[in-house]
Design a protein around this ligand. Sequence first.
Ligand SMILES: [Zn+2]
Length: 453
Amino acid sequence: MKTIHAIRGKRVMTPEGVIAATVHMRNGIVTSITGYNEFPSARNIHDAGDSMVIPGLVDTHVHINEPGRADWEGFETATRAAAAGGVTTLIDMPLNCVPATTTAAALEKKRTAARNKCWVNVGFWGGVVPGNTSELRGLDRAGVFGFKCFLVPSGVLEFANVSEADLREALPVLAAMNSPLLVHAELPEPIEAAGRKVRKSDPTQYKTWLRSRPAAAETKAIEMLVRLTREFKSHVHFVHVSSKLSVPLILRAKKEGLPVTAETCPHYLFFAAGSIGDGRTQFKCAPPVRDAENNRKLWKALGNGAIDFVVSDHSPSPPSMKCLKAGDFFRAWGGISSLQLGLPAIWTRLSGTEYSLRHLVRWMCSGPAQLAGLDKHKGAIAPGYDADIVVWNPEMSFVVKSKTLQHRHKLTPYLGESLHGIVETTFLRGEMIYDRGRFLGTPRGALLRRGAR
Ligand SMILES: [Zn+2]
């Protein structure tokens, strides 16, 4: 661990644009940004040279699974992957750990499990499940950033999906607490109907999996939630939007002034159904990766503001659960491992489009920070902001190999992909925690609470 007093670089991303500058820091906070040649003498200065200096990424969609399923992913490995991937703050999802984070007592178990293991800052979402309305205030008081719910089976029994009746109980409570509800927006009926149609189809073909999770499941769920938002005025956030058909619905709700936001994930922007080989269950996620034309529309939706930002939905499992040998998409665990790779995946696909690094910083730093209410001190390099800063080389590329991945399990659909943009150094509140493949010091990420700095 090394405390740095200033970072200077020829390309520093500030809210005003990319400039040659020196970023001055004290006690983990950016104090000022001055000219490139105005730096304090005889102090610890990190010279980023020609590399890019950007705010640390904020990833509000990460499944860490500890306690209870730490053999899937744990705090130590996930937050190492985050640091190596330029993510300095992540918010952990309330499911796949045991107990699920649906009570304040479960949140306390999470915090205990996370203590002294986190290389980056970690906050927590709570869960809305049938029957836990009376727990929501306690979770809010204990510092969760908001709540997540499923409308279809989540994949684990201890985190049941909610019905409209459950939401009608929970939404007034969330509205009163001004706490966002993150929704896995797929409704069961279209999926059940599609399931009957594909029953006799080959489960190892990707197109069978794709047909089993139709876009209508997502659009119908979004329609229902827009209706409920209109009624309850509660902030609803759609996680991992996958279908172009959802985009006009979200846009219309926003134009109406309803408090809705939406995210998508790198895999929906990077991959396309047509190039996913049969039996390649490392690509399985729900909702599924759709066709290239669909995914071009998701990029457009980021441009026109229908979709607000991009976060990983890092949701790994032991490789055995991906059933790679059988290649059966219906038996395999659904979830894509990608926490370390979001920045280069998006940057790779972004080049040659009308978008710039400014967009990337909005989609991966300030946008997600805003959902978590952290945007007053994270997601930008500016005076008063936390000195969570990443130095990376956008021009260099690398091939994704297992040995450089810090995730607990190395299986990911990105293996073998050539990606642009190498994270060189990561700073957490002004301290160098990661430098060119090495981790410095001990894990000192903060366990964050909503509303506290
Ligand atoms: Zn997820």
